[in-house]
Ligand binder design. Structure first.
Ligand SMILES: [Zn+2]
Length: 259
């Protein structure tokens, strides 16, 4: 007696065989595609043992999270462009302004007057070229942390006829920020404009250790200039203040152009 299930089994088996034979091309395609994918996967899998590392890390605990190992070559960090400059700003101290008179001549002319006249002319010339320029007092509250592209303090030497039978200008740069380029530019331009000799041997500690150098922001190149002697050079530095003002302005512009 035939099993009631025998026919069912054999009929379903023949149905499968019929299905397979009918779709042999499709099955062959799927097999080849699978084989191809395995080959591609094997070919592009990294040769290093990152997969082993991941497996070890995963088996180390019961977590299903494995760290991803990706080797990224070290690259040096390069600044593509030099840091862009902020807007130009020049700080001018009008020597002794709002503090004291400085040196005084027999007829009452003060160093503060001489300095202010030159400073105002320099500021006018720089502003005329679109350069932001501040005029600061000798002990201006703004000096604390003051930051600028260039900082120039304008002074003049004493007016004593007996001592100052001498002529010339002098410059001292800040020792806190390299100010040599500013110093060289102003020295050359000032000399060319005024024809005054450079009077290096009378540079005092008041100049080299000038109080404002210590107060302004580090990184601000700063100089102090003694524009001339008020007795011998008075005609040039006071009556013809345009001349020293042009010298200082040209020096500042020389420095700014060289940046
Ligand atoms: Zn002075």
């Amino acid at each position: 007696m035939q099993s009631p299930y025998g026919n069912v089994w054999s009929s379903s088996a023949t149905a499968w065989l019929r299905f397979l034979s009918r779709h042999v091309a499709l099955l062959l395609f799927l097999l080849l595609a699978f084989g191809g994918m395995i080959t591609v996967y094997w070919f592009f899998s990294p040769a290093n043992d990152s997969l082993v590392n991941a497996a070890v890390a995963a088996s180390g605990n019961d977590s299903l999270i494995a760290p991803i190992y990706k080797s990224v070559p070290d690259r040096p960090v390069l600044q593509r462009l030099p840091q862009s400059q902020g807007p130009m700003r020049v700080g001018l101290v009008s020597g002794h302004l709002d503090n004291d008179s400085g040196a005084v001549c027999a007829d009452g002319l003060t160093e503060a007057d001489v300095n202010l006249r030159i400073t105002q002319l320099v500021a006018e010339k720089l502003r005329g070229r679109g350069i932001r320029t501040d005029i600061l007092a000798e002990f201006d509250p703004q000096l604390a942390g003051y930051s600028a592209t260039a900082f120039v303090s304008i002074h003049a030497d004493s007016c004593d006829a007996f001592i100052d039978l001498t002529t010339g200008f002098k410059i001292a740069g800040s020792t806190y920020t390299d100010s040599s380029n500013l110093s060289i530019c102003i020295e050359q331009a000032y000399q060319a404009e005024t024809q005054l000799p450079y009077h290096a041997n009378t540079i005092t500690r008041d100049m080299t250790d000038y109080h404002a150098f210590r107060e302004i922001a580090p990184g601000t190149p700063a100089i102090i200039i003694e524009t001339g002697f008020m007795y011998q050079d008075r005609e040039l530095i006071y009556d013809n203040a345009e001349v020293p003002a042009n010298g200082i302005t040209n020096g500042i512009l020389c420095y700014l152009n060289g940046l």
